[in-house]
Design a protein around this ligand. Structure first.
Ligand SMILES: Nc1ncnc2c1ncn2[C@@H]1O[C@H](COP(=O)(O)OP(=O)(O)OP(=O)(O)O)[C@@H](O)[C@H]1O
Ligand SMILES: O=C([O-])CC(=O)C(=O)O
Ligand SMILES: [Ca+2]
Ligand SMILES: [Mn+2]
Length: 637
């Protein structure tokens, strides 16, 4: 060790004459040389040098200040760009001399301080912020940023509120089964003020200006104001990232999220039932988050917004994955959480358009997002190589456990939660389709993870069956996976995303039926759940088998095989499929106890029937015949 050091010193002294003297007098000056100025992506080369650059910069700060404005005080806070802790940075120079107002009686304490705005920071900058200031932030062995989302490790649908006003009273779906729990405008403003005051009380906030929807004609500009680098990096990955030019001309956002998740709502506020509240106000084009730091609330809040805005433009919003084959054949993958949208749309032989949220317009499909949000529990390199490899620098991994020294993530560890997640930019998947748009779908695949083990691994659906299952939105997961065997829990979630829809499910269903009819798409029901018995006696269908099934759907080969009809559900099932043992194609074969099979099948059929009762009074679109067909397409017993 010391020998090497001596050698190095000697070599250095030999060369000494050739070495330039350090261009700094102090260590701080040396550090300041490390960072090149004016190469931040959101400044063009002449920005800040010329008048228009300064003007744009000023407008941007004013816009952010307006976003953060209190509605009971007169003005927005004084905002300035840059991290208050970084003394040597150029950004520290306050470019807002015009805002130097003398305090008057109407100005509150928060208007006397500057709120530093960290505007569209890069992943590297956000890593530094997270590691420095947010407990539980670590770099993993593959370079991802591990974070903790706090007490909430999943969404809180019971705490979601939507403002009921003249605009939304008739438009939206309210009441039984609806995810839209009402609140009034005043209570929204109470929560908004609380969030804004909290954010303004901080030294710094993160602001992301980004886009939703790859369909340029229907792109939505969103601004996310948050207090955590974790939230900013998550949204950087999940929304569409603007180019420097697009950011410069961003202008006023169409929708703004105030994420004050560290701070609770006040339970004495009308309509609040816990200290968590996730509030959407469509008229104000705003969303407020209090009392939960789970980042998925932002992603799915924006999805709710799209479920309102897009149908108004005759565009169908879909809780689905989407990919495209080499020949341009597009498939949609609908399904509730954990049924395989991300896993199956990420397919090494196909182009990924998106894993979770899409739009289907007159022109075809488009992804709403700029990233993917994959479940990580039990993630394995050989089964899901593309997702595995996407967990690298820039990716946020939430609530995973890793070893103390090498920071190698143990994907099997559920110590924090079973809902561990990775959020990465979509281009981290090698065969992504950029821009994330495609032609009209050829196949519409409905995924259900049936822990009862009675649904066939694959069935071909008629249009009315597709609509019946789309409106039902069935899956069955196992409640507690640890303490012994528990009964599977059936979940019905209309349109495979009842938590996010805004209008009545039949509105989306009618649009889907029309689009599928017009474009000749085929519907399929794929069970990614149990086979050979219910949870406890059977096993989850091997992912490799499901992939073979999906391959046969994509290639069209499954259209040309022999089918037989199942009893009760009346599903058309293939008798043979290459690469999949024929006996598993009919679930009845895989149950040793035939009576138990029949009983479980009937039990599930009754659950379907009961769930559908709420929809029997509704007409699907203008077509009476279709409505009748859909009602007849359910289980018969
Ligand atoms: N046969 C199978 N088919 C699909 N997924 C399977 C299968 N067997 C096991 N899995 C596992 O099930 C999970 C499916 O999760 P995935 O992330 O794809 O859900 P998702 O539908 O995208 O849900 P969300 O909307 O919550 O993101 C993965 O962890 C995957 O490894
Ligand atoms: O929103 C989330 O937390 C995860 C998700 O994609 C879903 O539940 O559909
Ligand atoms: Ca997913
Ligand atoms: Mn989802």
């Amino acid at each position: 060790m010391s020998a090497t050091k001596d050698k190095a010193t000697m070599e250095n002294s030999d060369d000494e004459a050739n070495i330039e003297p350090v261009k700094a007098n102090t260590i701080d000056e040396l550090h300041s040389l490390q960072r090149k100025k004016n190469v931040t992506p959101n400044k063009s080369k002449n920005d800040l040098d010329d008048y228009s650059g300064q003007e744009r910069h000023k407008q941007q700060l004013e816009s952010i200040s307006a976003s953060l404005a209190s509605l009971t005080r007169e003005t927005g806070p004084k905002v300035v760009r840059g991290d208050p802790a970084l003394r040597t940075q150029t950004q520290r120079v306050a470019h807002v001399p015009h805002q130097r107002i003398t305090p008057t009686i109407a100005v509150s304490d928060s208007a006397l301080k500057f709120t530093h705005v960290l505007y569209n920071l890069s992943p590297a900058e956000l890593y530094e912020q997270a590691i420095k200031y947010e407990k539980g932030s670590f770099v993993t062995s593959t370079g991802a940023l591990a974070t903790l989302s706090g007490a909430k490790t999943g969404r809180c649908p019971k705490d979601k509120r939507v403002v009921k006003d003249d605009l939304t009273e008739n438009d939206l779906w309210w009441g039984k089964g609806s995810p839209n729990i009402e609140m009034d405008e005043h209570s929204f403003m109470v929560n908004r003020e609380r969030a804004v005051d909290y954010l303004n009380s901080l030294d710094k906030v993160f602001v992301n200006d980004q886009f939703l929807n790859w369909d340029l004609e229907n792109r939505i500009k969103v601004r996310i104001v948050s207090a955590r680098a974790y939230h900013s990096l998550f949204m950087h990955n999940m929304c569409i990232r603007p180019t420097p030019e697009e950011l410069e001309n961003f202008g006023t956002p169409d929708f703004t999220i105030y994420n004050a998740g560290q701070f609770p709502c006040n339970r004495y506020t009308h309509y609040m039932t816990s200290s968590t509240s996730v509030d959407i106000n469509l008229a104000r084009k705003e969303m407020v988050i209090l009392g939960t730091q789970y980042a998925g609330e932002m992603k799915k809040g924006l999805f709710s917004l799209m479920h309102y805005l897009m149908p108004k433009r005759q565009i169908l919003s879909l809780h689905s994955g989407c990919n495209m084959g080499k020949d341009g054949d597009v498939a949609l993958f609908f399904g509730l959480s954990g049924t395989g949208k991300t896993t199956l749309s990420t397919d090494h032989n196909r182009y990924l358009i998106g894993d979770d949220e899409h739009c289907w317009s007159e022109d075809g499909v488009s992804n709403i997002e700029g990233g993917c949000y994959a479940k990580c529990i039990d993630l394995s390199k050989e089964k899901e190589p593309d997702i595995w490899n996407a967990i690298k620098f820039g990716t946020v991994v939430e609530n995973v456990v890793f070893d103390d020294h090498f920071r190698v993530v143990d994907y099997e560890d559920k110590s924090v939660t079973e809902n561990t997640r990775a959020a990465y930019p979509i281009e981290y998947i090698p065969n992504v389709k950029l821009p994330c748009v495609g032609p009209h779908p050829k196949n519409v695949i409905l995924l259900a993870c049936d822990a009862f083990g009675v649904l066939p691994p694959v069935s071909k659906l008629s249009l009315s069956q597709t609509m019946y299952h789309f409106i039902s939105g069935y899956t069955a997961l196992v409640a507690g996976t640890e303490e012994g065997i528990k009964e599977p829990q059936a979940t019905f979630s209309a349109c495979f995303g009842a938590a996010f829809i805004m209008l009545h499910p039949t509105k989306y269903a009618a649009m889907l039926a029309e689009k599928m009819q017009n474009h000749g798409a085929t519907g399929w029901l794929v069970n990614t759940g149990w086979s050979g018995g219910s949870y406890g006696s059977g096993n989850r269908i091997k992912l490799s088998y499901t992939r073979k099934i999906i391959d046969a759907i994509h290639s069209g080969s499954l259209l040309n095989v022999e089918y037989k009809k199942t009893e009760i559900f009346g599903l058309e099932i293939p008798t043979e499929l290459e690469g999949v043992p024929s006996e598993i194609l009919d679930p009845e074969n895989t149950w040793s106890d035939k009576a138990a099979y029949k009983e479980t099948l009937l039990k599930l059929a009754r659950l379907f029937k009961k769930n559908f009762e709420t929809f029997t009074d509704y007409k699907i679109g203008e077509d009476n015949k279709l409505t009748e067909d859909i009602l007849a397409a359910g289980p018969i017993f």
